[in-house]
Design a binder for this molecule. Sequence first.
Ligand code: SF4
Length: 503
Amino acid sequence: MKSITKNNIRTSFYPLWQQYNRYKAYLLRYPKSGNGFEAISRAKMIEYNKVRIHGAKPIFCYNPFVNLFFNIYGNAIACCRSHTNVLGTYPNQSIKDIWFGGKINKMREHMIHNDLNMGCEYCKLQIESNRFHSLPSIHSEKFATDKHDVFPQILELELSNTCNLQCVMCSGRVSSSIRKHRENLPPIVSPYDDAFVDQLEEFIPHLKMICFYGGEPFLIDLYYKILNLVIKINPAIKIYVVTNGTVFNQKIANLLQSVYFMLSVSIDSLKPELFSQIRVGAKLDEVIENFKKFQKLTNGNTIISHTPMRLNWDETPDIINFCTQHNVRVGLSYVEGPAKFALWSFMPDKLDEVYKFYQNVQFESTANHYTAIYNIQVFNEWKEQVKFFRDNNRNILLSYKDINQSFNNSLIQVQLFYKRLYEIIPNNCITYEQAMSVIDYLVIKKPRIPVHLDMLNNIVSDMEDIIKKGTVVKAKQVLKDTNSFTEYLQQYLNEDLFWAKYY
Ligand code: SF4
């Protein structure tokens, strides 16, 4: 006889629960556009609600009502993906002033109308491509409320970038090692101090969940201070830590056993060499060993985070299988940038190859298992997003249908602007003819593609700017010799930058 486990119960009820939400999705009343708000369409909300993990709801995201995220610069935002909409800054403002302040209330007004035009471009793209499982609103769904006057139930902390790794797709903003060794920049001075921890005290009793990001959270001293305080004041809380899986010791083991912890361990490849190539400074066998310890110490509450990129997209199905075999859920992380690592900046043909590869994937037969069902859904949404990129990129290229005509028009503009420019720049630069022959060599003699057109348009707007402002410093720099002029043009001949305009 099948034993009664949490997983079996979940597996039995999950299809019923999904069915119920599929009906409910049609019955809910959704906010409509109007009065200055642009609501997500009813059709899209129905699609989302049919698969929404914590059940169908009328509002798309509850983060501004439930969640507060602090980043390394002291900025408070609604979630990890809404960096452009700063709601307040510590220490200029207290946590309380930020949470009960005017800016966040404005964002709540937008959210109550399902309007994502306040820093939520990331989610706009995800819902447009029907990828719902990795939305940053998932945690707050559990505690959904639209009240304005209650304390936050989730705090997300990215207070320091202290990190021992230099992952290829990462940046110095979240890795002190990258900042030092790859970017050659001075350390970021964290604004968070004891006064911040003191201010947190008032918030901790109201929290259902607290999340620690980095850097590598287990290397950040301030986090241990906050953790001890949280465990003392609110031992029923859930603590979520996103770790690179390289740090483990007895102190961490004791901590993990003291209250409810959930961990996310990053695994981007199961091939040792590729793993170390992506997660520079880490070794696969050590991370897998730590992952197993974490899984045991958290009673199975550990998930694997995997970032499909140009380097490892063909391994995603293997990672999904690995997760299912270890009975852990997978989270597929999305590369917003740099474009050169992301799949959205592939040409349509390459995306078609990726999509077809994914279409041929057959997962092992574990269909009645909750984790397996979940992981396959996550994969399927990712696969469909690849298709979305393919079709979108195809349409973008097609929109350049008059490329020859546009190219010729832009070229005339370039020539006119350069003639005007040469009237104001000094003589000790390359000549007009030399400049034109570089352009000729780089683009005119090649088959015309949108990136070439972009280059011409970009140099026109650069020249326009220089002529308008009467400043010749930049012109002198780029026209110093043919090498520097070629380098200047090549920065605009970048396919990754071209696609980044659209994502
Ligand atoms: S970016 Fe998405 S998850 Fe974050 S606040 Fe906006 S809608 Fe919510």
